[in-house]
Ligand binder design. Structure first.
Ligand code: FAD
Length: 381
């Protein structure tokens, strides 16, 4: 007998799980998540899980501000028996060039106008928040106290558990190998375990979204790029906020159990879904992080891993319809998909059900690339 679902979501990362929960909450029946490995096994479980509202476009400020509001109450909203560990210890964004500092002033105006409580700090004031910060060459910093950090496994688990309670079926170790399209419409998906008939497929396949799109006969302009990350031995609390330098492509934070987590954007990284790691990364990150936060040079590293950014031509997500009737895209999140997942989940669910999304996402459609309406976000890491 052919299996059926009303809606199939490909990908059990934070995005797929947030969409599934919101679909079921809005009354959709027979929603199914198909995940080729385990939940959060992709970029979600490999990410820094930082949450910041300090952006340079109205759209990203609103997506992240609204997501922060959701994160603040997510344990209760999802009736989660655990804790997503949302710690609002702020983000300190440092500026080392006049161009960067001028841009930060522009960003601050926009953020404050939208109710985001970020502020400008002198180098001296920045060291009151981060005493281990090296102020050499520092022009200033911005700080938002309500930015923060979560545990990405628990956030995904919280959405997945709530979705299951609302009737969503979640199948792990189930890879989608094909999408059945006939006369311009989605008919079903082929998995390793058999065929599932469905009129709606949501592509939330993260680093593999371009391959999944091809299965539905659509080409989407995204590629995957490896990003590496490092964890040190746990030590006593030393660093409250996330420290981030956009011009040096580096971020560093101390997580609740005491380890420092740090990552680096490297333009020479592999453009693929490879999740290996390199000694060059260790060399580069050690050099950059000890320039910024010198005492970290004393720490021993304990672990190194990598995940993928799925990157579109403007480094902003692609959300909405694409290709055959019934095919939806939720991909291309670059390095900031985790922090906007709560609102993306709501917005995508609304779009699929023909309802009004809680925030405007129409400018993130696939068609913007053909129209030349790319989004100019100056604060991408
Ligand atoms: C090192 C690093 C640091 C980051 N730091 C941050 C940060 O601090 N803050 C932030 O907001 N974002 C950060 N990101 C980005 C963030 O991780 C992603 O944007 C986000 O996790 C995307 O979630 P997703 O659910 O779309 O993708 P994923 O978590 O990758 O989920 C997609 C899932 O689809 C599954 N899948 C793929 N193909 C198939 C198939 N054919 N069949 C079935 N299943 C399939 C995969 O197994 C995977 O589990 C970081 C990313 C990396 C790599």
């Amino acid at each position: 007998m052919t299996e059926r679902a009303q809606i199939v979501i490909i990908g059990g990362g934070v995005i797929g799980c947030a969409i599934a929960y919101n679909l079921a909450l809005s009354g959709a029946d027979d929603v199914m998540i198909l995940e080729q490995s385990y939940l959060a096994s992709g970029s979600t479980g490999r990410c820094g899980a930082g949450v910041r509202q300090q952006w340079g476009t109205r759209m990203n400020c609103i997506l992240s501000r609204e997501s922060v509001r959701r994160f603040e109450t997510l344990n209760d909203t999802l009736d989660y028996p655990g804790d997503i560990e949302f710690k609002q210890r702020g983000y300190l964004m440092v500026a080392h060039s006049q161009k960067e500092w001028d841009q930060f002033q522009e960003n601050l105006k926009l953020q404050n106008e939208l109710g985001i409580p970020s502020q400008a700090l002198s180098p001296q004031e920045a060291t009151e928040i981060v005493p281990i910060l090296n102020t050499e060459g520092l022009l200033g910093a911005t700080f938002c106290p309500t930015d923060g950090h979560c545990n990405p496994f628990y956030v995904t688990d919280a959405y997945a558990q709530a979705a299951r309670r609302l009737g969503v079926q979640i199948r792990t170790q189930c890879q989608v190998t094909g999408i059945d399209v006939k006369q311009g419409k989605i008919r079903g998906v082929q998995t390793e375990d058999g065929y599932i008939s469905t009129p709606i497929v949501i592509n939330a396949a993260g680093a593999f979204s371009q391959h999944v799109a091809v299965m539905a006969e659509v080409e989407i302009p995204v590629y995957s790029e490896r990003h590496q990350i490092l964890a040190t031995e746990p030590v006593a609390p030393t660093l409250d906020p996330m420290v981030i330098s956009l011009s040096r492509h580096i971020y560093c934070q101390q997580v609740p159990h005491g380890s420092f987590l740090m990552g680096l954007g490297d333009p020479d990284e592999l453009k693929s879904t490879d999740t290996g790691h390199s000694w060059q990364f260790l060399h580069n990150i050690a050099r950059h992080v000890t320039e910024l936060l010198p005492p970290l040079g004393e720490l021993r590293m304990v672990r190194q891993w990598s995940g993928s950014y799925n990157i579109s031509p403007d480094s902003q997500p692609i959300l909405g319809k694409g290709g055959p009737e019934g095919f939806f895209l939720a991909c291309g999140f670059s390095g900031h998909g985790f922090m906007i997942a709560p609102v993306v989940g709501e917005a995508l669910a609304a779009l699929v059900l023909g309802e009004e999304p809680p925030v405007r996402i129409s400018q993130l459609d696939l068609g913007r690339f053909a129209r030349g309406d790319l989004i100019r976000e100056p604060s991408v890491v």
